[in-house]
Design a protein around this ligand. Structure first.
Ligand SMILES: Cc1cc2nc3c(=O)[nH]c(=O)nc-3n(C[C@H](O)[C@H](O)[C@H](O)COP(=O)(O)O)c2cc1C
Length: 240
């Protein structure tokens, strides 16, 4: 299965076989991440693959591996991390390896080797215990009219993207020039700072799906002139 097909099959996996993946599989993952497309080349980021002794999470489920993800905290770094590591999520799932973004987690007994970069988020992964894929009908997602100003089937890859607590706070508009604008719905009361950060990661995740579905034509711009929409934050524009 290729990455594009995985968009329509993947699901967050929370039940893992305890046995670790072999060293070659982990090296292939490293090679994939090191060559993934980035959204903003001005931002330094890094990651480490660690075992269960080096991370903790709020929930009870266990996984044999975890990607700890670090970045400089500048510009659109949350989007950038979502964009890069959603490609890793699709890569893992396309190879039959389960994965799940984990916001409610952190490194444990781990010394950050690079003080210029902060821990941002993590992703657990490993051999799934049970079925890894699901059918299209099993995705719980908003209908296209709720996330776009036009009923546009080209936005389907973004519609199926995963998001923190499945909040799907993305909204797309169409420009006369043929480009798309991406906005993030903002709650008027900003009660949860963590959720706001995760939702910015979600924006990068949705953009990653648009890139993977249109790898030869996808282009992103953060600074394009755009219309301001009420209770929405402009997150950039793209062509496909
Ligand atoms: C930024 C982010 C943070 C997440 N944090 C958690 C988490 O802490 N625990 C968890 O079980 N799932 C977490 N998830 C997974 C989402 O709950 C899941 O992607 C969403 O419900 C959609 O389901 P799906 O991935 O199976 O399509 C997170 C997802 C994202 C994108």
């Amino acid at each position: 299965m290729d990455l594009k097909e995985a968009i329509y099959k993947r699901q967050s996996i929370r039940n893992y076989d305890k046995s670790p993946l072999d060293a070659e599989t982990l090296n292939e993952l490293r090679r994939f991440i090191d060559n993934a497309k980035v959204l903003n080349p001005n931002i330094e980021w890094s990651y480490d693959i660690v075992g269960p002794e080096k991370f903790r999470m709020l929930q009870r489920f266990k996984s044999p591996h975890c990607l700890l993800i670090f970045s400089e905290s500048k510009e659109n770094y949350l989007q950038n991390i979502g964009f890069i590591f959603q490609q890793a999520d699709l890569y893992l799932q396309s190879r039959g390896i389960g994965s799940c973004w984990i916001g409610a987690g952190s490194p444990k007994n781990y010394e950050n080797p690079n003080p210029e970069q902060d821990f941002v988020i993590m992703m657990i992964f490993g051999k799934p215990h049970g079925e890894i894929y699901r059918e299209l009908s099993q995705f719980e997602r908003k209908i296209i009219c709720e996330i776009s100003d036009e009923r546009d089937s080209r936005l389907m890859p973004a519609r199926y993207a995963p998001s923190a607590a499945n909040t799907q706070t993305w909204y797309f508009t169409h420009d006369d020039g043929g480009s798309y604008n991406l906005y993030r719905n903002r709650k008027r009361l900003r009660l949860n700072k963590k959720m706001e950060a995760w939702n910015q990661i979600d924006m990068g995740i949705a953009l990653a799906h648009m890139y993977v579905a249109n790898p030869d034509t996808f282009e992103f711009r953060l600074d394009k002139p755009h219309e301001e929409l009420k209770n929405k934050v402009f997150e950039g524009s793209f062509t496909i």
